[in-house]
Design a protein around this ligand. Structure first.
Ligand code: AMP
Ligand code: FES
Ligand code: ZN
Ligand code: ZN
Length: 319
């Protein structure tokens, strides 16, 4: 297989794009694609103060590398969730993120959940009896809460995550299986800060296949945590990814077309604002000042305080 740009030996064949490239052309092609996505969806400019959520995995580290090469300035945020799983998962991921930042002289903010809240995510899961002993739902809630809060309070214009096309297509697939209109209306490359307390969120890798990002990290030589989170084994999102991979194997480009057709349908008005129950109920958590769907404390703060207790102590504070 030969590179379609220069005729040298190709290192990757991307059937979904009918494109084979050599190492050097592939390493130009990836940042170029990401730059196009940033511009196409008006994500941010070179003047913006950006915060990238960095997990120590291939996607977020590669994205940091790409942003750096393209001349964008992004600080990193690592959230220490305290997940061990017998493989020191959180500790090892932090190590990869720290090393990456140090080598390039980039700023990495580290927020350790146990230091901040007195408990790791698995401890919170057991105490609150959420998610049938699996920490994934508390973990997702905690990550969203901390990312938003930090970006907001530190004055970052936009929060970036390393979600790739495979992640986005799997989330979309799950949401279409249940047809939750309010989730579908809010899924996309850009989530505007359309409510007080919310920060703008963007996903610059949303059109990049997971395989392309793995090849990029490997060819650039970015060390990253190769293991999946030990709690992800058997998760619904991995199951959905496997189904989409089967589809993709028979019909190259199926994942991209599934995602892009959804975005087009949404632009065409397939999902009416009536489906957006979120917008109908605007509430602010009295503890953390972030938006919540019901009056009173948000789901994250409810893990630590009772609505009644908080309201009583809040009223006492005001006396
Ligand atoms: P995941 O939810 O693990 O698929 O990760 C999706 C994206 O969320 C990653 O690409 C990161 O941008 C962000 N992320 C995941 N885990 C962390 C973490 N521990 N700290 C900071 N960002 C994270
Ligand atoms: Fe959060 Fe696995 S439970 S990354
Ligand atoms: Zn070439
Ligand atoms: Zn709250």
């Amino acid at each position: 297989m030969r590179c379609q740009k220069c005729g040298e030996k190709a290192v990757i064949n991307m059937r979904q794009h009918k494109l084979a490239l050599c190492k050097s052309h592939f390493l130009d092609w990836v940042p170029d694609q990401v730059e196009r996505t940033i511009k196409r969806y008006h994500m941010f400019t070179r003047h913006d103060h950006l915060l990238l959520a960095v997990s120590g995995g291939k996607d977020s580290l590669s994205l940091w590398d790409i942003l750096y090469r393209l001349g964008y300035s992004a600080d990193g945020l690592y959230i220490g969730l305290g997940i061990d799983g017998g493989v020191n998962y959180s500790e090892n991921s932090l190590e990869y993120a720290l090393n990456f930042a140090k080598e390039r002289n980039l700023l990495l903010l580290v927020k350790d959940i146990q230091t901040e809240y007195g408990e790791t995510v698995p401890m919170m899961t057991i105490r609150t009896h959420r998610g049938r002993e699996k920490p994934c739902s508390v973990c997702g809630l905690t990550k969203r809460h901390v990312m938003n809060q930090l970006a907001r309070t530190q004055g970052y214009a936009t929060l970036l995550t390393g979600h790739n096309l495979d992640d986005e297509a799997a989330i979309l697939f799950g949401n279409t299986l249940s047809w939750v209109g309010s989730y579908l209306i809010h899924q996309g490359p850009v989530l505007e800060a359309d409510r007080p307390g919310l920060v703008r969120k963007v996903k610059p890798l949303c059109r990049m296949y997971e395989r392309e990002m793995a090849a990029y990290a490997l060819l650039v030589g970015i060390p990253y945590i190769q293991e999946e989170c030990p709690h992800a084994v058997g998760s619904t999102s991995i199951y959905h990814k496997e189904i989409l991979n089967k589809l993709e194997a028979d019909r190259p480009g199926a994942k991209l077309s599934f995602y892009l057709s959804f975005l087009q349908a949404r632009r065409d008005g397939l999902f009416s604002p009536a489906a957006d129950q979120r917008a109908a109920s605007l509430h602010t958590c009295p503890k953390c000042a972030q938006p919540t769907s019901a009056p009173g404390l948000c789901a994250f703060c409810r893990m630590f305080y009772k609505n009644e207790d908080y309201l009583v102590s809040n009223q006492l504070d005001g006396l």
